[in-house]
Design a protein around this ligand. Structure first.
Ligand code: GBH
Length: 450
C-alpha cells in the first residue's frame, strides 16, 4: 500500500503543436513546425504535418470534459508563442490569448489546475528568420512573450514551466537535425545557444515572479537517468555519477542545463572538457539564470541500463530481451524511483514528473473499445517505482502522463500513439482507452491501490 500526498497532482500532458491544429486560425502566425514542415525542409514520416493534428483548437470543451471524466486534477499543456504573438515580437493576437484564457477558465471550473509550459519547441518562424536561439536578442523576445502571457493568465495559472526539454530542442533540433529547425550547428554556436536559453529562462522567471505572486515556477528538462545493476550502495553511486556526466552527449545530458539553473555554475566536467570555449558568464548573469525555483520537474521515459560487464558500457540498448514499448524504448519502471532520488539529492527541490508514458499500437477494437493492457501494466509498474521514492521520503508533487491524447509525434508523424485517449484522425472521434479508465481508478484512490 502506497501513500501519496493528499494534494498530489494527477495530471496528463500535451503540447500545442502536437494537438492544437488551427495552424493559421484566427490570426495565428507560423512556427518552425509549420513552415519547415510545409516547405519540405523537415522529413516527417509519410510527409505528415501538424496542420490539423487532433484539432484541439476546436474540440477543447469536449476534451476538458474527458479530462474531468478521468478525474485529472491537473492538466499540462503548452502555449503556442506564434498564436499569441504572430511575429514573435510586436502586436498581440487577442484571439490567441482568448483561446488560452477560455481554456484555463474551463479547466478551473472543472477543478483542474493548469500546468503551463511556455515553450514546447514551436519557435515563431519570424524569429527563426532572425537567427532564432542563436540571436542574443531572443532572451528579451522571450521575456516580452512571457510578459504578455503572464499578464493574461497570471490570475488563473499557478504552475509555470519555462522550457520543455532544452536537451531535445537543442540536441535533436539544432545539433542532430532531426527536429525543427533541422540544423547541424557547431559546438561554438551551441555555446551561444545555451547561454541564450539560460538567460531567456532567467528573464522569464523574473517576469513570472513579478506578474504572478504565489506562482510555482520551474522548467521541464529530460536527460538520461542511469540505473544501477543492483541496489548495493556502490552500484547506486556509480549510476548516480553516470547520470550526472555528459551522457549520451553534452547537450542532451542532465547537468549541462540543471547545474547552471539550479546550482548557478557550470558542471565540473564542462570546464575540463571545454575550458576557454565555454560560454562566458558574469556574476549578474549567473544570478539571473539561477534564481530560486519551486520544484525539479523531469520528463522521464526509460532508464539506461548496462549491456556489458564494462562499467563504461552504458547504452540505451538495455539487455537482451529487455521489454520494449512500440517505438523501441526500454521498459524500466525503477527509473522513476532512481531519478526522483538522484535529482532530489542533488538539487534539493520537490520532484514533479512532467512526462512519463509509452507508445503502443492501439486501435479501436470490434467491441468499440481500446484495450491497451501493455500501457496499463507500464503505468502500474512505473507508478510503483515513483511510489517507492515517495515511501522513502522524497517529496513528489505530482505525476503527469505523456500523453493525454494520441497526437502528432514530431518527425514520427501519427504512427506512434502515446495517448490515454485514442484519436481517430479521420473523424476526430475520441475514445478513452482502458488505461484511461484504469488511471481514473488510481486517481480516485489517490494511488493507494497501486
Ligand atoms: C518527449 O521527449 C517530448 O517532450 C514530447 O513532446 C514527445 O511527444 C514525447 O517525448 C514522446 O516522444 O531516443 O531512443 O534514445 C522525450 C525525450 C525520449 C529523450 C527518449 C530521451 C531516449 C530514448 N526523450 N529518449 S532514445
Amino acid at each position: 500500500m502506497y501513500v501519496f500526498p493528499k494534494d498530489f497532482l494527477w495530471s496528463a500532458s500535451t503540447a500545442a503543436t502536437q494537438i492544437e491544429g488551427g495552424w493559421n486560425a484566427d490570426g495565428k502566425g507560423e512556427s518552425i513546425w509549420d513552415t519547415l514542415v510545409h516547405d519540405g525542409t523537415g522529413k516527417i514520416a509519410h510527409s505528415e504535418n501538424a496542420d490539423t493534428a487532433i484539432d484541439f483548437y476546436h474540440h477543447w470543451r469536449e476534451d476538458v470534459a474527458l479530462m474531468k471524466e478521468i478525474g485529472l486534477n491537473a492538466y499540462r499543456f503548452s502555449i503556442s508563442w506564434s498564436r499569441v504573438l504572430p511575429e514573435g515580437t510586436g502586436p498581440v493576437n487577442e484571439a490567441g490569448l482568448r483561446f488560452y484564457r477560455d481554456l484555463c477558465d474551463e479547466l478551473l471550473r472543472n477543478g483542474i489546475q493548469p500546468l503551463v509550459t511556455l515553450y514546447h519547441w514551436d519557435l515563431p518562424t519570424a524569429l527563426y528568420r532572425q537567427g532564432g536561439w542563436k540571436n542574443p536578442a531572443i532572451a528579451d523576445w522571450f521575456a516580452r512573450y512571457v510578459e504578455v502571457v503572464s499578464r493574461a493568465l497570471g490570475d488563473r495559472v499557478k504552475y509555470w514551466l519555462t522550457f520543455n526539454e532544452p536537451q531535445m530542442f537543442c540536441g535533436l533540433g539544432l545539433k542532430l537535425g532531426v527536429h525543427a529547425p533541422f540544423e547541424h550547428n557547431t559546438d561554438a554556436d551551441m555555446m551561444t545557444v545555451t547561454k541564450n536559453i539560460l538567460l531567456a529562462h532567467g528573464k522569464a522567471v523574473q517576469v513570472l515572479r513579478k506578474n504572478c505572486p504565489g506562482a510555482r515556477v520551474g522548467l521541464a528538462p529530460t536527460g538520461d537517468c542511469c540505473l544501477p545493476r543492483d541496489d548495493s550502495p556502490e552500484e547506486v553511486e556509480r549510476a548516480r555519477q553516470r547520470s550526472l556526466s555528459p551522457y549520451p552527449n553534452y547537450l542532451m545530458s542532465n547537468t549541462w542545463w540543471a547545474d547552471p539553473v539550479f546550482l548557478g555554475k557550470y558542471p565540473a566536467w564542462a570546464r575540463e572538457r571545454f575550458g576557454e570555449q565555454l560560454y562566458p558568464m558574469t556574476e549578474e548573469e549567473w544570478a539571473l539564470v539561477s534564481q530560486p525555483l519551486d520544484f525539479y520537474a523531469y520528463n522521464c521515459y526509460q532508464g539506461t541500463v548496462d549491456f556489458a560487464a564494462d562499467p563504461a558500457g552504458y547504452d540505451d540498448y538495455g539487455y537482451q530481451g529487455c521489454p520494449k514499448t512500440a517505438n523501441g524504448w526500454n521498459i524500466t519502471p525503477q527509473v522513476l524511483y532512481y531519478a526522483s532520488k538522484f535529482w532530489f539529492q542533488r538539487y534539493g527541490l520537490p520532484i514533479l514528473i512532467t512526462e512519463n508514458g509509452c507508445a503502443q499500437q492501439d486501435f479501436v477494437m470490434l467491441d468499440g473499445k481500446v484495450h491497451d493492457p501493455q500501457r496499463v501494466d507500464f503505468l502500474h509498474r512505473y507508478l510503483r517505482g515513483l511510489a517507492r521514492a515517495v515511501d522513502e521520503g522524497v517529496p513528489v508533487l505530482g505525476y503527469s502522463y505523456w500523453s493525454l491524447f494520441d497526437n502528432f509525434e514530431w518527425a514520427a508523424g501519427y504512427d506512434i500513439r502515446f495517448g490515454l485517449i485514442h484519436v481517430d484522425y479521420k473523424t476526430q472521434q475520441r475514445t478513452l482507452k482502458d488505461s484511461a479508465l484504469w488511471y481514473r481508478d488510481v486517481i480516485a484512490a489517490n494511488g493507494i491501490n497501486l
